[in-house]
Write a protein that binds this ligand. Structure first.
Ligand SMILES: Nc1ncnc2c1ncn2[C@@H]1O[C@H](COP(=O)(O)OP(=O)(O)OP(=O)(O)O)[C@@H](O)[C@H]1O
Ligand SMILES: [Mg+2]
Length: 286
């Protein structure tokens, strides 16, 4: 087993057996109180790592992670980038010493409930898995497949590398050990109009070229790297044949519109844009 993981697990065991030392549980509780987005941690935050390690590293995840460390492509896991409700994201290194992002989905009944809305009706998935682990594995694979589809048509998403059960390895977006910030954390992006255009083109190309709708697009799921948007968190994205695809598309457009309104860019033709996105596609697909 990777040294770091082993040490981490040892530490956890010790802390679990020491009833007076519940600091990490308080941290987790505090995190729980703050809503999903407030919980996102911008820098590698080692103080939160214990809580994060505990909540995703069940026995099977450790087993699969160990395999990825022993057989590659992983070399080391460096630290946590984000501890969330559905998944934790870590900075890791591959065998060539390059950074990769490691997203580990939690096998958790509560977070899995809403997922069915984004699976049932997508022609790629014939039936809902009947146990939680299988559902989460499918969910992780869905993100991998969605990333692949988007990446293949040249969209600005992290390149997917490996999917193994609930562990997704993808291209890391950042400079060295500093991960790229989310758009929501950029006070005043310089190139607002260009940024807006890039995001609109992404929505359109994702629909027309990758035949997907993101479904959770907002400044919370767009990284700002080299003054360009990189689109992440695409597990819930549905095929455009999904019965709610258009509803999700409308919501994505509204979210982006609201964000740009806040930073002083008005988007008057949202409806026209929406029809452009779906009509063009209909023509293409005939
Ligand atoms: N490829 C990547 N490179 C660098 N940072 C990343 C990458 N992917 C994700 N992150 C960071 O991890 C955070 C969480 O990732 P993501 O949005 O995919 O997970 P999530 O499903 O929103 O998790 P949760 O909703 O449980 O917080 C992102 O906000 C971003 O800061
Ligand atoms: Mg997210």
């Amino acid at each position: 087993m990777n040294d770091m993981l082993e040490k981490e697990n040892d530490k956890l065991e010790k802390e679990n057996s020491n009833k007076n030392n519940f600091n990490y549980i308080n941290t987790a509780d505090d995190l729980e109180k703050k809503g999903i987005d407030a919980r996102r941690i911008r820098k590698i935050d080692f103080s939160k790592k214990r809580a994060a390690v505990e909540s995703v590293f069940d026995e099977r995840t450790v087993f699969h992670l160990n395999k990825l460390l022993v057989n590659g492509p992983l070399d080391t896991i460096e630290g946590i980038i984000s501890a969330g409700k559905e998944a934790n994201v870590y900075l890791a290194y591959d065998l060539n010493g390059n950074e990769v992002a490691l997203k580990i989905y939690k096998i958790d009944r509560n977070t899995s409930k809403w997922m069915r809305n984004y699976i049932v009706g997508d022609p790629r998935f014939k039936k809902m898995p009947n146990n939680i682990s299988k559902l989460i594995y499918l969910w992780a694979k869905k993100e991998y497949k969605n990333l692949k589809r988007a990446y293949k048509v040249g969209l600005n998403v992290p390149k997917p590398i490996v999917i193994k059960s609930n562990i997704l390895i993808m291209e890391y977006i950042g400079f060295g050990s500093i991960p790229a910030p989310l758009l929501k954390d950029i006070k005043d992006p310089k190139n607002k109009q260009e940024l807006f255009d890039d995001i609109m083109i992404f929505i359109k190309d994702l629909y027309q070229k990758a035949h997907l709708v993101h479904g959770d697009l907002s400044e919370f799921n767009i990284l700002y790297h080299n003054q360009k948007p990189i689109f992440i968190d695409i597990s819930q994205a549905v095929d455009i044949e999904h019965p709610n695809a258009e509803k999700f598309l409308e919501r994505d457009i509204k979210n982006v519109m609201n964000y740009f309104e806040k930073i002083g860019i008005e988007f008057k033709d949202a409806e026209k844009f929406y029809y452009q996105v779906i009509n063009k596609s209909n023509k293409n697909r005939v």
